[in-house]
Design a protein around this ligand. Structure first.
Ligand SMILES: [Zn+2]
Length: 568
């Protein structure tokens, strides 16, 4: 039996309310246990911080749009490309890293799980090929639904049962995890040169509105009892004044309770909320509405959200929100890639430079941090950059540092060309809250794991859970005052143990772990109508045949299947 003891560390495990207690963590055969024998390998964590492996609820790390970004931006590879060494693979790319670098960098930061946040069903094989290629970190992927012709036709007729049967079929065919909605109706409308910027805009030819799509998908999700809630990228992303549409969207969850067996308490996850908390009505009077949005979310216990923090880097934006990418390209005139995914969705890719010299970028930076600092329940607020849209995931340690130090926030603010204007348009300068290691662990471990219905596997250190444990070279009793030292400690863990195997030591990759792909197998009663609709639409509207649509099993050599059975 493989036994491991992480001895004497300061443990932060919000899933059990453990806040820096000095204790041991024991692992046997890949799982956390109460204790191990005297022959166990010992890792000395004295004077160091110990947490469960991190959980990233929203990131774009695999699939056609990520690959399109790599292809169109060879310059992204120039930023950092360490050579292969010691049996590891060459690493390259900054905002759109190679699959190998993606796996290694998440491991170095002590992350155990990442959700690929937008899988076009038609291209799910490509998504799984890249997931398969990414070492160490466990992954799952969310198929996109909110511009899908089947879904819009079922929901406009109020046919939740049929929408649920179709959703279950897609999850099985694509080996997907849950329901993602991107700019509901707007991406389909863009096929006609239009968009849906408010919840009441009609989707051309479908006689349905974003409001009906969002409400219908929440109901579909709870009807099925999936482990995660509806995962929503709201309409009107990235535009001044969009906070009203955001709050209108969140209101659609009011009065709905979660129905599932996974411990999930929320019915709606609002993603990259930074991009949706904008005031003003043009870029000249653009301002933060983080307080309005945070106040609403604080009062609604059935909503979770992630931040989408701007990290002030040159990056590569990519989203199924096709009309937004077209709009962004008309603002910055850099490169633009655009794809229509027949029947289902679309996507765009545009490089972007969040410059500290630009007032709008400074305000965006402030909004992401404000949302966390104004949040009263950090178990419902998760750290993301919507990688790579607001910045690369490798900047999470810098975000922790900003959240933990007002002095560091002020220093960054002072470095802006238009710092006075950023102060005027935001509250960031007056927020003196400094988050603790416990709160960082809530936002990166216990909170996201629970929201994904994975609280029994990830995000905590209870016996029976996966043996994912990270040791950071940070003494909680004497945290470094230099934000760069704090950031470096989170960037390169002293140790990271992934399902019982040491994969990182002193920030270096030691092994490729036993990477796993999670998906949800939802069983619903036999539905002849949906079966017929799928058959007919593949003949009539798709350019591919139904028999080539399913993801093949060999792409998931180490699957973890979560069973949901409506009939049981
Ligand atoms: Zn995203």
């Amino acid at each position: 039996m493989a036994e491991l003891l992480i001895r004497n560390g300061s443990v932060f495990d919000p899933s059990r309310g453990i806040n820096g207690d000095v204790m041991d963590v024991a692992i046997r055969d890949g799982r956390i246990v109460e204790s191990v024998g005297s022959a166990a390998k010992v890792i000395d964590a004295t004077g160091k911080t110990v947490m469960a492996g991190g959980v990233d609820v929203h990131s774009h790390v695999a699939g056609p749009k990520v690959n399109a970004g790599r292809t169109m931006r060879p310059e992204d590879k120039l930023f950092k490309s360490p050579m292969a060494s010691a049996g590891n693979r060459m690493e390259m790319g900054f905002s759109i890293p190679s699959t190998f670098k993606t796996g290694y960098d998440y491991a170095r930061m002590g992350y155990a799980f990442v959700m690929e946040a937008a899988m076009p069903p038609l291209h799910s094989a490509h998504v799984h090929e890249e997931i398969h290629d990414t070492p160490i970190i466990d992954e799952a992927a969310l198929p996109v639904f909110a511009n899908n012709w089947f879904v819009m036709e079922y929901l406009k007729r109020g046919e939740i049962e049929n929408a649920a049967a179709y959703t279950a079929w897609i999850l099985n065919a694509t080996k997907g995890y849950g329901i993602k909605a991107v700019n509901p109706g707007g991406t389909e409308a863009w096929g006609w040169g239009l968009n849906c910027l408010t919840l009441d805009d009609q989707v051309p030819f479908f006689q349905i509105t974003p409001k009906e799509i969002i409400s219908g998908l929440i109901k579909t999700n709870e009807y099925l009892g999936l482990p995660h809630s509806l995962h929503l990228h709201q309409n009107d992303l990235g535009n001044p004044g969009n906070f009203r549409t955001t709050i209108d969207s969140l209101r659609l969850a009011e009065g709905i309770t979660a129905t599932n067996k996974f411990g999930r308490e929320q019915v709606l996850h609002s993603t990259h909320l930074q991009f949706h908390s904008y005031g003003g009505d043009n870029w000249g009077n653009f301002e933060s509405k983080a307080r309005e949005v945070a106040n609403y979310v604080n009062g609604q216990k059935n909503i979770t959200f992630d931040l989408g923090c701007v990290t002030l880097d040159e990056t590569t934006t990519m989203t199924a929100d096709g009309p937004f990418e077209h709009h962004l390209n008309s603002l910055n005139h850099l490169k633009w890639t655009n794809v229509d995914v027949e029947v289902e969705t679309a996507a765009g890719v545009v490089p972007y430079i969040y410059s500290p010299k630009i007032k709008v970028c400074g305000i965006q930076w402030a909004i992401g941090l404000e949302l966390a600092l104004l949040c009263t329940d950090l178990n419902r607020c998760f750290v993301t950059t919507d990688h790579p849209n607001a910045g690369p995931f490798t900047r999470y340690p810098r975000i922790y540092s900003w959240l933990m130090s007002q002095k560091y926030r002020q220093a960054t603010l002072d470095s802006f060309k238009h710092s006075a204007k950023v102060v005027d348009a935001t509250e960031i300068a007056s927020l003196d809250r400094e988050l603790s290691l416990y709160e960082i662990a809530q936002m990166t471990r216990s909170g996201p794991a629970k929201a994904l219905g994975l609280g029994n596997l990830y995000g905590g250190l209870s016996p029976g859970m996966d043996g994912n444990v990270v040791v950071y070279d940070l003494d909680p009793a004497a945290l470094p005052s230099d934000p760069e030292v704090l950031e470096a400690a989170f960037q390169r863990a002293s140790w990271f143990v992934k399902t019982g195997e040491i994969v990182v030591k002193d920030g270096e990759i030691m092994g490729h772990g036993n990477k796993r792909t999670l998906w949800v197998n939802a069983k619903v009663p036999e539905n002849p109508q949906v079966r017929r609709d799928v058959h007919d639409k593949f003949l009539k509207d798709y350019t591919v045949g139904l028999d080539t649509y399913h993801v093949r099993d060999y792409l998931l050599p180490n699957p973890y299947v979560i069973e949901v059975d409506m009939e049981a």
